[in-house]
Design a protein around this ligand. Structure first.
Ligand SMILES: *Cc1c(COP(=O)(O)O)cnc(C)c1O
Length: 430
């Protein structure tokens, strides 16, 4: 029976793990029901503990751009593990992955590896503050940069799914240094800069927002931010934890031809192991300890298994740049198919897409920022849609504020199947 064993496992998990999970969005709280316990995954599919095969559009929330259990990645991890799992010393693998990443991404000379996207963003703003000797940062409502205190001010992703945009435990002292602007609204940024003259260290954003659904930057928005930063001696930080190595080899910087000052990575760069990273030109990166005064460290940073997995992943992407074109075409095909079916069934909708990131919003109004994303998520349509898809073995993220991720393992047959299921599901939505 579908979900039976997952349901039992969830009951057990809740006794020893808060909410039964180690990361909130996994718990299905926003949509109700039992989270799937997965025992195995291969290519575009995941198999749950009840032996049901699901077509996966979450892809571990982004990393699995080549599909699950990609053989070169598994081989690299296996071979590396046989030689030991951690030494706490430099290894050649770190330099190999760093050199490759630096060669793929524009405008960076050096990179520091950490263990998660959260750590990357948290460390990057410390570096920006140390380098500029200024304290305040500007972030955008609905952008998610991990769960570090400074960012839990109207954050996207799980933080908004559960209606606690400002978490208890974040002090007033920390919160006052995070200024909030509106995504795609350059005037909201100008106003903050004008009222905080010479106090702003950096502007941090997801160049393509992916944690309030997928929201592309409007034409000229990123360039205007770049100009404002140049004029006001502010660093521009691109959080490419989601977009890095996904939208293009060089991420959003390459796609939109805009240089950021510090870029953060996670997800794809670790090939499915816990890796984050931040990178910049040498003059900024050399401000980090042990070269410079800004402290940052990690016992397991640059872990050999994680570096080997990332190296295998990025090597494949670097050698097969056609993957980005192919993902973009699959994304366009999926969007067109869903759009047609929803239109035929008179379901109000807006579908946003950039390359292999896509989100379906149940509203006719354009979704361009946090406010419009939140308005589109009102009502119960997403919940019904989610369960309709899941009951037909298509696994999308259990929140209206998450993006669908396509992987290279996804076939056109899989996409056609998805569109068929959307058709079936759409009939019961109104
Ligand atoms: C996932 C994500 C993070 C946080 O990364 P973790 O590895 O979950 O800590 C930060 N920024 C963005 C844009 C993300 O999508």
């Amino acid at each position: 029976m579908q979900y039976q064993r997952s349901s039992q496992l969830f009951t057990e998990a809740q006794k020893v793990l808060p909410g039964g999970v180690n990361s909130p969005v996994r718990a299905f709280k926003a949509v109700g029901g039992t989270p799937l316990f997965i025992k195995e995954a291969k290519g575009a599919y995941m198999i749950d503990e009840d032996d049901t095969h699901f077509l996966d559009y979450i892809n571990s929330w982004g990393p699995m751009i080549l599909g699950h259990a990609f053989p070169p990645v598994i081989e690299a991890i296996t071979q590396t593990a046989k030689k030991g799992t951690s030494f706490g010393t430099p290894t050649e693998l770190e330099t190999l992955l760093a050199s490759l990443a630096v060669s793929m991404v524009p405008n960076i000379d050096k990179i520091r590896f950490v263990n998660s996207g959260t750590e990357a963003c948290m460390s990057a703003i410390r570096l920006a503050r140390g380098y500029t000797r200024k304290d305040k940062i500007i972030k955008f409502s609905g952008c998610y940069h991990g769960h570090s205190d400074s960012f839990l001010i109207q954050a996207g992703s799980g933080a908004v799914t559960f209606g606690t945009p400002n978490s208890p435990g974040v002090t007033q002292g920390t919160a006052k240094d995070t200024l909030l602007a509106e995504f795609n609204n350059i005037n909201s940024v100008k106003a903050l800069i004008n009222s905080n003259k010479n106090e702003i260290a950096c502007i941090i954003l997801e160049p393509v927002a992916g944690n309030m659904g997928c929201i592309p930057p409007k034409d000229g928005f990123l360039q205007s931010l770049r100009d404002l930063c140049n004029e006001n001696n502010i660093l521009l930080l691109f959080d490419e934890v989601m977009t890095g190595f996904r939208l293009a080899k060089g991420g959003a910087q390459e796609l939109y031809n805009i240089n950021a000052d510090i870029v953060m990575f996670g997800k794809v760069i670790g090939g499915g192991l816990p890796v984050g990273a931040f990178a910049a030109r040498a003059e900024i990166m050399d401000y980090l300890a042990p070269e410079g005064p800004v402290y940052q460290a990690g016992t397991l940073s640059g872990n050999p298994l994680a570096m080997a997995a990332g190296l295998a992943m990025l090597t494949h992407l670097n050698n097969h740049p056609g993957i980005y074109q192919s993902l973009d075409e699959k994304g366009a095909y999926l969007k067109k198919g869903i759009k047609k079916v929803l239109s035929q069934n008179k379901i109000p909708h807006t579908i946003n897409r950039v390359g292999s990131m896509l989100s379906v919003h149940f509203s006719e109004k354009p979704v361009t920022n946090f406010k419009t994303a939140t308005n589109a998520a009102k009502g119960s349509m997403f919940k019904k849609f989610f369960h309709g898809m899941l009951n037909n073995k298509i696994y999308i993220a259990p929140s209206a504020f998450e993006t669908w991720f396509l992987s290279d393992a996804l076939s056109y047959q899989d996409i056609d199947k998805t569109i068929e299921v959307v058709k079936k599901t759409a009939k019961d939505l109104l």
